[in-house]
Design a protein around this ligand. Sequence first.
Ligand code: B12
Ligand code: SF4
Length: 510
Amino acid sequence: MRVLFIYPEIETHGNIPIALTTLSAVLRSAKHSVDVFDCSQYVPEYALEEKNASQGIFKPTPPAPVPVPPRRDIKCLHEDLARAVDAFNADIVGITATSGTYPLGLECGDIVKKHFPDKIVIVGGIHPTICPEEVIAETSVDMICVGEGEDALLELCDALQKNKSINGIKNLWVKDKKNPQVVYKNPPRNLKDLNTLPVPDFSDFNDYDFYRPLDGNRYKMMNTDISRGCVFKCSYCSNHLLQELFSGCGNYHRKKDPHLAIAHIKQLKDRYQFNAVRFWDEDFTVFPAAYLKEFARLYKAEVNLPFVVYAGTRSVTREKVEYLKEMGCITMAMAIESGNYWMRKYVLNRDITDEDIIEKYRIVKQSGIRVSAYNMIGLPFETREMVFDTINLNRKVAPATSSVSAYLPYPKTRLAETAQKFGFLKTSSVYSKFKTDLDSPFLSRSEINGLVRTFLLYTKLPKRFFPVLKKCERDEQFADKAFPIMIGYLTNPDMNDAFKKINTLANPGL
Ligand code: B12
Ligand code: SF4
């Protein structure tokens, strides 16, 4: 069979999705043909990096040592996709979708069906897994994959090849060919033993997209993981839903045997000449210390590349951090999310005290590993004072960088449902759009946007700058002019010079 995958990401490039690298490897090892239509090629070059650099989120970074692929205008996507499906002569078009990328994914499905009504369109990924009824109801969707796709997609391809029935494949919801009103909703299969996965295949992605910025350097970065799932149940995250959905299907949180994981990483390093690794596991320090110790030993001996991980403040210990340090970890990203204990405990279901968070950051910093912090603002019930609790906790732990995003009510999560129940989401469906649509009596949308814009500088600059930042929250044009001065202050902390420059801006009197 010939399978064309669509990666419908249009906001950023370089986040090579693990799902497609794994699914491609599985299909190719069974002699099926695969190609990828990568919509991130339509993202204007460096658009995001430049924006982030101008807000002080990224340090300016040297360019990638390979040519920038030609950037296509998004207006050509329709025509390009139709041509790609035709040129590849795809039997199946497989779309991967998170809730954020789903709208473009569906648009792609519509394009395919418009030009090639007989091609099979299948949608997989977290969005159809969580919202199967919504996705299967679309006329351009023939079937969806609920949960893991490796075995289901392979069985689908093999069955089609042998002209066998495709209606009973576990994990798939399939529309009856003659009567699309009838949907075969097959039960979930057991969760995949990660030790049976093949080495991922990165060959369908553009070389340029592997070069990622990190702390002022650019690395040829391998995106990979050694586990799936998470043991926690934060209310804003999809994991509690997945834990429920796949209960009875085996352990939800699984990890690879360290020897196998290392063998795969080593093969990928040699094949693609990667010079850094980004582990996309949900929490790299949740593994037992003995597992991490063994993994660290093998990694140092066989791979020995700098790497980046996500780690949970609840699972970090001094011993585990020591193993990561020995292995060559350059950055640990840890989430604070909210600096307000009540918000963390009762709204986010993250019960950890400020003192513990401070201690966990101290442990990582003492090890010499760079640490960055993730935060959210615009949470249900959040007031401006609570946002400043978050800013103040970031100031206390002083990570290398603090990033922030506006809270997004992801479909069916407990927090989205709470937000709906308490009237923070005025629209009838929280799934219809994926930007903050919180209507909070405590914090207006424009206030949230202003705080997102200025968050990093609030965490970094002396308090004397706060009135300037408050003005930047409300006045984007002023912010555009004041930001470079304040970012300049961070590298050359001359207060008098900075305020002289700020006072000469259009609207002095600060
Ligand atoms: C790595 C990761 C990222 C990476 C890369 C994302 C990418 N390009 O793949 C980065 C850091 C960039 C990222 C960013 C974000 N992420 Co993220 N991320 C993850 C994480 C931790 C792992 C995803 C992964 O690679 N898993 C391993 C692969 C193998 O699993 P998989 O993708 O589910 O694929 C399997 C099946 O779904 C299926 N499948 C997938 N595609 C297809 C296609 C077909 C045709 C078929 C048949 C099957 C199939 O088969 C695959 C193999 O079994 C997940 C957590 C999770 N539990 O999924 C969150 C997760 C996907 N992210 C999430 C969020 C919210 C975000 C951000 C919005 C965060 C932010 N505030 O910026 C952004 C935006 C991403 C976007 N554009 O939508 C949410 C999404 C919730 C939702 N309803 O969409 C998740 C689920 C976290 C969570 N638990 O809530 N993320
Ligand atoms: S620790 Fe992270 S991945 Fe796990 S449930 Fe909480 S937010 Fe989700």
